[in-house]
Design a protein around this ligand. Structure first.
Ligand SMILES: [Zn+2]
Length: 344
């Protein structure tokens, strides 16, 4: 039956061809002769590999290998450099070699849902045209920093994995508009998420977040899903606060940072000659209340942001957002809305 379908497609010089749900254990030989194919569907079969002869399909832009028995990404894919959409969901893929994406520079969509992948290799950076990356229901433990090089990425779906953190480099992706990371083990989201100016959907439900990062309320979200986390609560507890004693290094850093932020600053010019020092100081922050600079010593606080009023999205009434204060004297001022974080 499959062979007669191939013959018919050969005669018709087919652009699109499907052998979905044919109980195939291997591909009929004639498929490699369908050199005009743009779209090939081989999903819902029993394929454990693909023949190398398929490298003749050099015009192929879409390949569906979903729901098969693949244990690795078939090596022949390296030669299918025209591919734009690749579906590998529902297989048994465990690991991805470093060079696995070498021959796929034009890939726009990569779907590897429902596999057993634990690590995305740094080689993913070669997918420079990738717009949609979906790796749900795997065992992912780590996302490489090289993800920052996927500058066209608009949507990333990492739902239901074992991630405990996301790389800060994720916040460097200029086009990113949808992040799905529900049902992982995230304890925090990367600082700098407010830089994602195109982010409209964030799904972090079912993680271990205690608060959102600094300036989270500046993200122009349209949808936020955050139920099932361990957010800090609005509860008053007694505390004893000592005045902090800043180290000499912290005091010097604060002075330099404050000066270098002035319009005319000799220190800023001097820092250009000391890149190592400038790199250290680049980690400095600003007090949410008085704007004074600090380097490594701050008070961690939260403010409770109303999703409806402050962010114009629906969801729980308010969520805690991290805020850093420079000193107890700022914290002890009356009239502000920052709460200290206590474990009770
Ligand atoms: Zn302050």
């Amino acid at each position: 039956m499959a062979n007669s379908l191939v013959i018919r497609a050969l005669k018709a010089n087919a652009k699109s061809f499907s052998l979905s749900s044919r109980k195939l254990h291997q591909i009929p030989n004639g498929v490699a002769k369908l050199t005009s194919l743009l779209k090939l569907q081989l999903n819902n079969n029993f394929l454990s590999t693909l023949p190398i002869e398929l490298q003749s399909l050099c015009q192929l832009t879409e390949l569906n290998l979903g729901n098969n028995l693949l244990k690795e990404i078939p090596p022949v894919l390296k030669y299918l450099s025209s591919l734009k959409k690749l579906y590998l969901f529902g297989n048994k893929i465990e690991s991805l070699p470093e060079d696995v994406f070498d021959g796929l520079p034009n890939l726009v969509l990569l779907n590897m849902n429902h596999n057993k992948i634990r690590v995305l290799p740094p080689g993913i950076k070669r997918l420079t045209h990738l717009e949609i990356l979906s790796v749900t229901d795997n065992g992912l433990e780590i996302i490489p920093a090289e993800i920052a090089l996927l500058e066209m990425l608009t949507e990333i779906n990492l739902t239901n994995n074992n991630l405990v953190s996301l790389p800060p480099q994720l916040c460097l992706l200029p086009q990113l508009s949808k992040i799905h990371v529900a049902r992982n083990h995230l304890k925090e989201l990367p600082e700098g998420i407010f830089r994602l100016s195109k982010l409209r959907l964030l799904d972090v439900a079912g993680n271990c977040l205690t608060m959102f990062p600094v300036d989270f309320q500046l993200v122009r979200l349209e949808e936020l899903y955050c139920e099932g986390n361990t957010f800090v609560q609005h509860k008053l507890v007694r505390s004893v606060q000592d005045m902090e004693v800043l180290t000499l290094k912290e005091q010097a850093a604060r002075l330099i940072l404050m000066d270098s932020r002035k319009e005319c600053s000799l220190l800023r010019e001097a820092l250009q000659l000391r890149p190592a020092l400038a790199a250290i100081l680049s980690h400095g922050g600003s007090c949410a209340l008085c704007s004074q600079a600090f380097l490594t010593t701050w008070l961690e606080c939260v403010q409770f942001i109303s999703l409806r009023k402050d962010m114009k999205v629906s969801g729980p009434q308010s969520v805690p957002v991290r805020a850093l204060l420079c000193s107890y004297s700022c914290f002890n001022q009356s009239g502000h809305m920052y709460y200290g974080v206590a474990s009770v």
